[in-house]
Ligand binder design. Structure first.
Ligand code: ADP
Length: 161
C-alpha cells in the first residue's frame, strides 16, 4: 500500500490545496493530510478548526475516500515513518516556491533517505493562490468565493468580522 503524507499549515485550506489532494488521491492508495500545528506562524485558525475544515471539504469529494487528516508537531520525516508513508507531497506553484521547497526536500532526504518528496503542480487557475493572500483579501472585504470552498469562506467571514 502506497501511503503519502501532504503536510502544510492549511490556515485555511484553499482550492489550491484541494486540487493537490485530488490529484494525489488518484496516484496513492492513502493520503494523510498532515496539519502542522505551527504555533510560530500564529495561525488564524486553531489546529482543531483547520482539521475540521479540511474534513468537511473532503466529505463532499467523492474521489477522496482514501484521504485522512491528522495533526503533527515535530520532524515531518519521523511522522511519515510512523505512519508507514514513503512519500511527502508538496505543491509547486511557481519558481518562487522552488528554492525553499528544494532545500526542505534535500534536508528531509538527509534526515531519512527512505522518504521521497514528490511535487505536484496545481491547475494553473490556482498558481497565484495561498492562504495568506486569501485571508488578506477576505479581511479587506473582497470576494474569495472562487478561491476557497464555501464552508471556508463562511468561517473566514465569521473570524474576520
Ligand atoms: P506551509 O506553511 O507548509 O507552506 P501551506 O498550507 O501554505 O503550508 O502549504 C502546504 C502545501 O500546499 C505546500 O506544499 C504548498 O506549496 C502547497 N500549496 C499551497 N497553496 C497551493 C496552491 N494554490 N496550489 C498548489 N499547492 C499549494
Amino acid at each position: 500500500m502506497k501511503v503519502a503524507i501532504y503536510p502544510g499549515t492549511f490556515d485555511p485550506i484553499t482550492n489550491g490545496h484541494v486540487d493537490i489532494i485530488v490529484r494525489a488521491a488518484r496516484i496513492f492508495d492513502k493520503i494523510i493530510v498532515t496539519v502542522a500545528k505551527n504555533p510560530v506562524k500564529q495561525p488564524l485558525f486553531s489546529t482543531q478548526e483547520r482539521i475540521f475544515l479540511i474534513e468537511q471539504v473532503l466529505s463532499d469529494l467523492e474521489n477522496c475516500r482514501n484521504v485522512e487528516v491528522k495533526s503533527f508537531d515535530g520532524l515531518i520525516v519521523k511522522f511519515a515513518q510512523s505512519e508507514g508513508a514513503c512519500t511527502i507531497i508538496r505543491g509547486l506553484r511557481a519558481i518562487s516556491d522552488f528554492e525553499y521547497e528544494l532545500q526542505m526536500a534535500l534536508m528531509n532526504r538527509r534526515l531519512a533517505d527512505d522518504i521521497t518528496t514528490v511535487f505536484l503542480m496545481p491547475h494553473e487557475n490556482y498558481t497565484y493562490l495561498n492562504s495568506t493572500i486569501v485571508k488578506e483579501v477576505a479581511s479587506l472585504g473582497g470576494d474569495i468565493s472562487s478561491f476557497v470552498p464555501e464552508i471556508v469562506r463562511l468561517k473566514l467571514k465569521d473570524k474576520l468580522t
